[in-house]
Design a protein. Structure first.
Lengths: 382, 463
């Protein structure tokens, strides 16, 4: 059976970016929307990431976008009818060295004027407040209003809410080819053709397949985050906690969910097979994470790991995402390449993209994330 | 080939021991990794050191086979790298990752024969999360390994040969057996197993088990519909309620219940090795695809015993040997290839016979999938995460899952410690019924490492 659909906006990619953009396009701008998803909504980076709702630690250029996203997270229950297990119990960064403590201090000073107030802790202060860290920890920085949520639920919940508001969401609709169609676009799938006046591409690590059609290939590689979860423990840890370190192999973050399990990730990434749509956790990475977890919180030594998982994330050459309008093609927009930290800002990206697509402008500064920067970089190099 | 091939066998049950033995015969020294404290696997589980029960007492009609397997294993000890109490927690294309206590290690291989065995196939029953509810296998292990009963008054509920065997062993051990409650209709009794002719001795043993139970005055009900395991969170199990084939409700006071519906293959390691799986319609479960000799879809990975097909111990012995020799032959090992040439035809015939019987057992003691699909909404399906049938159905109805991994993502069924080993089959039936689609279309839960929980203190020992 083949079908032909016509919408104001065609969204390709059913992750958190695409579903939240579709939702806000309907809810705030009454645009007709068709979203095409190759397999199931929220399966890859959107559904398998750590679940940080974190502004702290982001590049300063991302803070306005992150603040806007945080505001959406605060209204999430009212918007979607479910809370996605969002808990605003804070995000804490700690470190092993005085040099890194100085980095935390500088960051706190710089990010404050952008509307993110951080609270610095000494080792003693951390001990009094949480009492779980090893003696190696020398300092910390808390963002009290950040938190964490359940990534498995987020994309699908936005998609359902968008559908309730009248968006068309089509799963198992792999886009075989995209081309211009008059002033708009048409996407061909095995099940039919889908026309849109405007097109939003948010296919995560696969986005270059479409961006390349419009001459805008982004230097990006696919990698798999290495995630794990422990057996349930008595609920005791409110904030999401991460180690701040320039050493990639000791990278680590964890959070405890209400039912008691500790979810963790960080450190080296694993292989991501984009053609097979599978990513794996390597045994070496798991063992390294266990070692770092024991070092970080000694009491974890006696806890059991029950499961690991991965997904596929897109990492750009300059570690900044691609968010905004095409530099080559009118009516074309992008939101991808979030470098393993897209979840927290996802709903904000959705709201901003909807605003940009519907009105031609957005009140949130996103110029730094324009896809045009890669074209300029390539020209400079040439 | 210039170097001896690096061969690894996982599991020291009937399949694993015979695989290791075949490798030794061919002049290879394999690594044999086993979770158990001692060899023998589940069926021929050896009692702990210091226990002195006789083979006849422990293994009944199978005493000779158990003794033979143990004796042969003991003879192999100096010629294999045996690693007991060791869990294979993960696998890559050429390395097995193991943990012994807190010590992790990596075992490289050219070929691996996975003989992971089977575990009870469980159907949730309202109240099965209560203390005092065990699987049939666990009830039997308590007896075999520790000479303990799971209760003073035990109800046996389920279907399959193990239901009767475990109950009979309890009776013979002097433990109180309140009732044996079989969900299979009586028309399909032991005598009616269509594969009877394939293994007459085994079917006759089934009839003898029934006689033992009847002589002991144990009520035997067939065609029952499990209603509930009554009790409370303080005292655990207090009674088992079922409805019989005529619609009459029965209540049996008990302090323990053992449940199980035949067996399910332990396939996590094969899954982590990225073996292909196929749906087996008769037993309604996904099994790794293997050829007649145990070759999986992945080069260098061989599967044998109940972890690949539930053929029972005799079949496992034949399959273990055949798979190990096939592995050597495929590696171009000349002695191994010669042994393989000699043994293959006979082993395959044995396995075909076992397979006819397997098929007979499945139709005699069917997996009562309709009970799973009809479980009341408040029944706990996933015990690890305490998720009810109603919550799982909500992930289908309200949230739109049409596939078990999606239902897992939304509901957490299968996300816990057991990763769906115990709730996965019933969960799939619930999802399929709620979605109104055939069971094979909802797929199977993807396994993730670790195969079983791994303590965070696990660390590599430098060799």
């Amino acid at each position: 059976m083949t079908a032909a659909t016509h919408s104001d906006v065609l969204v390709i990619g059913g992750g958190l970016m695409g579903t939240s953009a579709a939702f806000f396009l309907r809810r705030q701008h009454r645009r007709s929307v068709t979203l095409l998803e190759r397999e199931l909504i929220g399966r890859q980076a959107s559904g398998t990431n750590f679940g940080n709702v974190r502004r702290q630690g982001r590049d300063l250029a991302q803070i306005p976008l992150a603040n806007r996203a945080r505001a959406v997270w605060g209204r999430i229950k009212g918007l979607l009818g479910e809370d996605l297990e969002f808990v605003p119990h804070g995000h804490l960064r700690v470190c092993y060295t005085e040099a890194q403590a100085a980095v935390l201090e500088t960051y706190a000073r710089e990010v404050g004027p952008l509307g993110l107030e951080l609270k610095l802790f000494t080792a003693e202060g951390l001990r009094r407040r949480w009492g779980i860290f090893s003696n190696e920890i020398v300092a910390g920085s808390l963002s009290p209003r950040d938190g964490h949520a359940n990534p498995r639920l987020a994309g699908p919940a936005f998609a359902r809410a968008a559908q309730r508001d009248g968006a068309r969401v089509v799963e198992h609709a792999e886009v075989l080819h995209v081309e211009r169609d008059g002033g708009g676009f048409v996407a061909h799938t095995a099940g039919g053709t889908h026309h849109g006046e405007q097109l939003l591409v948010c296919c995560g690590a696969w986005s270059n397949r479409i961006a390349a059609v419009f001459g805008e290939r982004v230097p990006m590689e696919a990698r798999g985050p290495q995630m794990g979860v422990t057996e349930p423990l008595p609920y005791a840890i409110g904030p999401s906690i991460g180690l701040s370190s320039p050493i990639e192999t000791e990278g680590l973050y964890f959070r405890q969910i209400r039912r008691g399990n500790v979810v963790f990730g960080g450190g080296l990434k694993g292989p991501a097979l984009t053609d097979q749509i599978r990513a794996y956790v390597t045994p070496d990475n798991t063992l390294r994470q266990l070692r770092e977890l024991r070092r970080f919180v000694p009491a974890f030594a006696n806890v059991q790991l029950i499961r690991v998982w991965s997904g596929i994330e897109g990492y750009t050459m300059d570690w900044a995402p691609v968010v905004g309008a095409s530099a080559t093609t009118t009516g074309l927009y992008y939101a991808f390449g979030f470098n393993g930290e897209g979840f927290a800002i996802g709903p904000g990206v959705g709201e901003v993209m909807a605003e940009l697509i519907a009105t031609g402008a957005t009140s949130t500064p996103i110029e730094a994330f324009s896809i045009g920067r890669f074209v300029k970089a390539a020209q400079r190099a040439a | 080939m210039s170097l001896a091939p690096r061969m690894v066998v996982v599991g020291a049950g009937p399949a694993g021991v015979r695989a290791a033995q075949a490798l030794v015969e061919a002049g290879v020294r394999p690594v044999l990794v086993d979770e158990g404290q001692r060899d023998g696997g589940q069926i021929y589980r050896r009692q702990p050191e210091g226990f002195t029960r006789s083979y006849a007492r422990l293994y009944g009609s199978e005493a000779d086979k158990a003794a033979r397997l143990h004796r042969d294993f003991d003879a192999l000890r100096g010629r294999i790298d045996y690693r007991g109490n060791t869990l294979a927690w993960n696998i890559t294309s050429n390395e097995l990752h193991v943990v012994h206590g807190q010590h992790t290690a990596t075992v490289p291989f050219d070929a691996i024969v996975i003989c992971a065995g089977a575990v009870d196939r469980l159907l949730p029953v309202p109240g099965w999360q209560r203390a005092g509810c065990y699987s049939l296998g666990a009830a039997q292990i308590a007896l075999k390994a520790q000479a303990c009963a799971i209760g003073a008054r035990t109800v046996f509920l389920g279907s399959g040969p193990l239901l009767y065997l475990a109950a009979k062993q309890y009776v013979e051990a002097g433990a109180g057996v309140v009732a044996v409650l079989d969900t299979a209709p009586s028309a399909r009794s032991w005598a009616a197993i269509s594969g009877l002719l394939a293994r007459p001795r085994l079917a006759l043993r089934g009839l003898a088990m029934l006689r033992t139970l009847r002589r002991a005055g144990v009520p035997l009900l067939t065609g029952v519909h499990p209603l509930a395991i009554d009790g409370d969170s303080e005292e655990g199990v207090s009674a088992v309620r079922v409805r019989d084939a005529r619609g009459i409700e029965h209540r049996f006071d008990a302090d323990a219940v053992a449940i199980g519906w035949h067996l399910r293959a332990e396939t996590q390691l094969a899954d982590l090795a990225r073996c292909e799986f196929v749906f087996e319609p008769q037993s309604r479960q996904w099994l790794p695809r293997i050829d007649a000799d145990g070759r999986s879809s992945v080069k260098g990975v061989y599967l044998a015993g109940d972890g690949a097909r539930i053929l029972g111990a005799d079949g496992a012995e034949a399959a273990g040997r055949l798979a190990a020799l096939a592995a050597l032959a495929d590696l171009g090992h000349s002695t191994g290839a010669a042994l393989y040439e000699k043994a293959a035809a006979e082993s395959r015939r044995t396995l075909q016979r076992m397979d006819r019987f397997r098929s007979g057992v499945i139709s005699a003691f069917p997996w009562p999938h309709e009970h799973a699909a009809a479980l009341p909404d408040d029944t706990v399906v996933c015990r690890c995460e305490t998720i009810t049938a109603g919550e799982l159905r909500r992930s289908v109805g309200e949230l739109g899952s049409r596939e078990v991994n999606r239902a897992k993502a939304f509901s957490r069924v299968g996300m816990g410690r057991c990763q769906g080993r115990f709730c996965g089959h019933a969960g799939a039936e619930i999802v399929a019924a709620a979605a109104g689609v055939p069971i094979e279309s909802v797929g199977r839960l993807r396994s993730q490492a670790p195969v079983k929980p791994l303590v965070m203190n696990a660390r590599e020992v430098q060799a």
